[in-house]
Structure formats: C-alpha cells, structure tokens
Design a protein around this ligand. Structure first.
Ligand code: TYD
Ligand code: MG
Length: 460
C-alpha cells in the first residue's frame, strides 16, 4: 500500500510544499513549514457530496435577471454598537470572524449576543473549545443571562460540532475559538493552518448551506495579526477586531473587512462588572479627562467608518539627552509622525532635531486617517512653544509635504460633531469649509497652510 501523501504547509501563509524547507518560498518566513498529513478521504456518494459542498440552494447557474433581490433583513444582536460594526445587524448565513487578544472580551460579547439571539430569534449553539460548560455558565451568571434556548457545547472536534449543528438546527452558531477546533480528516495539531482552514471551510458550508449566521473567534499573535492563517480572512464575510488596552475599561470593535457593510466601522464598548456595555457617545468618553489649557493637547475631529468622533491628540516635546532624539507615536503611525515632523521643521521653522517627541492619542484608540495630521502638527507645535491651544477649538485636515492643508472626506460630519460637543470653532481645510452648512453658533475657519492654522490656534 502506498504510504499516505504528506505535505508541508507554511503556518504563516498557507503555502504548501512536497518536502520540508527551512524557509517558506512564498512569504519568506523561517522555520514555518509543518508536516500535515490528510487522513484518507471519507468516501462520499455524489448526493452527499453535493449536499455538503454547496453554497446555495439552486441547481446550476441562474439567469441574473431571474434572481430575486432579497433584501436580507438583518437580525439585531441586541447590542446597538455590535449591530453598527456589523453594518446594521447580522446577515443570515454570514460567517463572521472576531479577532482579539486573550482576555479582551470576545467570549463575553458573543455570550451576550447569544443570549439575546436565543430569547429573540431561536436556539443558539455556543461551541467552546476553551472553557467548560460550568465556566461559561458562571460567566453567564455575571452577565445576568435569563432563561433561553442557549445550548453550550464544550467540544473541539469539528465533525461533532457539525453533527450537533445538523441535529439542533440552531438560528445562530458561535465557535470559540477556531484555533481549538480540529478535524479527524487531518492529523496535524489543532491550530495548525490545515486544521484551521478545514474547520473554517466546513463551517462556511454549514453557514451558507443552512443560512445560519456563524461567528468564529480567532486568536491574534503577538504582532497583532490573526494567528496563523491569513487564509481565514478570505474565507469569511466579515472580519472584526477587538482593540483596547487591558488598563482601560473601554473596548473598540473595528470592522476590517465586511461584505455587508462599511469597513473601519467602529463599535465602542465599556467593560463593566456585568459584561460589555455599549457606549453611544464615544466623543464624551474620549474627552472626559482632557486637561484644560494644557500645552500639547489638541482636539481632533476624526471619522471612523461612518461615525464622527472627537479624540484628544497629545504631544510632549522635551530636550533629548545624548543627542539621539527619540520619536514615539502611540495611536498614530510612526512613519506619518516622522513625515509631519519634517514638514513642521521645513515649512514652519520649528526645529526639533535635538528633541524627543512623544505623540499619543488619549484613551488608547488608534487613528489612522490622514485627517489627523493637522491636529498632530498643532499638538507638537503647542508643546514646543509651551503654549496652550485656543480653548473651544477642534481641528482636522490632511497635511501635504509642502505644508499645505488638504481637504478630507466627511467634513460636514466632523464639523457637526464638534458643534454638538460644545466646541465653538473648527479649524478645517480651506477646500472643505465653504461647501458645508455650519451649525448656528459655530465658527468654521478654513486654512490653506500649516502656518495659517498654527497662527489661528496659538500665539507663538
Ligand atoms: P473574555 O470575554 O473571557 O475574553 P476573551 O474571550 O477575549 O479571551 O473576557 C475576560 C475579561 O473580561 C476578564 O479579564 C474579566 C473581564 N470581565 C469583566 O470585567 N466583566 C464581566 O462581566 C465579564 C464577564 C468579564
Ligand atoms: Mg474567550
């Protein structure tokens, strides 16, 4: 008998090779090839096969014009902020991956959503490979979960989970976490790329074939990417990431891929003694501890997904010892900070060569849109000159290499949010401000260059 064929799969990118290699030829990762031996395929008849591997109910191709436009109604998770990141609720038959560091609140959020689903929609299967039924129950007790058809399955075998899905026909499936699930068809360890991909694919067929929304929990590695397979992100419809720091009570869930909604949509939560609570007004949360009249503090109107939010950008510039100046950015991109420092030096004459520069977005949130540039520049200039920014001012705008301030998207949203939060003036790119209707009692000042903006914001 021929020995079973083995393949070596890269645990980083999923590339396969017939023999072991020290370095993956595809992604270049060292020592990432692991042997994976598929168990002999289970013989399946044609009908079985078709049932298992079909995504839609239809037989063969359908004429485009004949396909009904189903406005698939969304199902609420019972948590407003969670619905928002999903694009307005759960789409039937969608596969959603939720990633995040251990202990950040993935299981808590999903258990809360599961409890709501069970009482509002129908039976829910919560399959956990990480915790026992008792542990889940004791968490549920903290969350105040009431009587509902919520089934807990402590199981890691994929075939068993699929069996239970077929038997129970739940309205909602949660698999916590995908890295603990293993298929009997593979001999590699749970969490290896072959296993994770197989588990996700089989659950995809279950979700699509039976139109059951399915949530998968995924672990992230130290560097913040989803553990192992990038392949997983291609299989699922929606990828959500949990962000936040252990030392802060608030958590942010961000959509990084969504076939049914806007990406970079945010949900803001607060971890309380009784689970995660939605924060409907994040601006208030992020500005709560802002020091009054402190140099180096600027309020930025940013937009995440479709939501405007005011956050505080803080900068501290102090003279550097030993001549090697440090630049540290937390919450904004380090490369962007270097670029803005260069612009500040060349175009505004602020010399920072002998200074350490620290920039932080207060509250542990990260802002990656270029509209944050002007606020970062203003915060640094304010700290260098040790002058506070004019009270009541909020800022947004992209900064170009010539020191010009460029227009951004969603200017109206930003301005209205600033006005709503009680700011009297918004410093906006000149290209933006004329087009927007300004709320009464609020001033919008359009600026063309960084220097113009700094003159308006502080005396220096
Ligand atoms: P958990 O959902 O288990 O995290 P994950 O599944 O992402 O690993 O979250 C656990 C953390 O949340 C833990 O540190 C305790 C805290 N927590 C609360 O503060 N309040 C609560 O009501 C619950 C259930 C957990
Ligand atoms: Mg967990």
């Amino acid at each position: 008998m021929k020995p079973p064929k083995t393949v070596f799969a890269c645990q980083e990118c999923g590339a396969q090779s017939a023999k072991w290699l020290g370095r993956c030829p595809d992604c270049g990762a060292w020592n990432s090839m692991v042997e994976e031996r598929p168990a002999p395929a289970i013989a399946m008849g044609g009908a079985d096969l078709a049932k298992r591997y079909t995504l839609a109910g239809a037989n063969g191709p359908q004429l485009y014009a004949d396909i009904d436009t189903v406005v698939s109604e969304r199902i609420s998770t019972g948590i407003g902020e969670f619905d928002r990141v999903l694009g307005g609720g759960v789409v039937p038959g969608s596969l959603v991956l939720i990633g995040g560091e251990p202990g950040i609140g993935k299981s808590t959020l999903l258990l809360q959503a599961a409890a709501h689903f069970a009482s509002a929609v129908g039976p829910v299967l919560y399959s956990s490979g990480e915790e026992s039924e008792h542990q889940i129950k004791s968490r549920g007790e903290r969350l105040g979960i009431e009587q509902a058809p919520l089934y807990i399955l402590a199981e890691t075998c994929l075939e068993r989970i699929l069996e239970e899905i077929a038997r129970l026909r739940p309205a909602f499936i949660i698999v916590d976490s995908i890295q603990t699930v293993f298929s009997l068809r593979f001999q590699s360890a749970p969490g290896s790329i072959g296993q994770v991909r197989e588990a996700a694919t089989q659950l995809l067929f279950a979700a699509k074939g039976q139109n059951i929304p399915t949530f998968l929990v995924g672990h992230v590695t130290k560097d913040g990417s989803l553990a192992g397979p990038k392949a997983l992100e291609h299989i699922v419809d929606t990828v959500l990431y949990f962000e936040g720091e252990k030392h802060h009570a608030h958590r942010i869930v961000r959509a990084v891929k969504n076939r049914f909604g806007a990406v970079s949509e945010l949900g803001v939560f607060e971890m309380t003694g009784r689970g995660l609570r939605a924060v409907p007004n994040p601006s208030q949360l992020f500005l709560a501890e802002r020091p009054a009249n402190a140099p180096g503090s600027v309020v930025l109107c940013c937009v995440e997904g479709s939501r405007p939010m005011l956050v505080e950008i803080q900068a501290l510039v102090s003279s550097s010892s030993y001549g090697n100046a440090r630049r540290m950015a937390s919450g904004i991109d380090q490369g962007r900070l270097s670029l803005l420092l260069a612009v500040l030096e060349k175009r505004a004459g602020v010399n920072l060569a002998a200074d350490d520069v620290f920039v932080n977005v207060a509250g542990g949130i990260s802002v990656d849109e270029p509209a944050a540039d002007l606020a970062v520049v203003a915060a640094i200039a304010s700290s260098v000159r040790n002058r506070p920014i004019a009270a009541g001012s909020a800022v947004f705008g992209e900064v170009g290499l010539a020191g010009e301030v460029r227009g951004t998207s969603h200017a109206g949203l930003r301005i209205r949010e600033a006005a709503q939060m009680g700011f009297t003036r918004t410093i906006a790119p000149h290209g933006n401000y004329a087009a927007e209707d300004v709320p009464a009692g609020h001033d919008v000042v359009g600026v063309r260059t960084v220097l113009e903006a700094l003159d308006l914001l502080m005396t220096w």
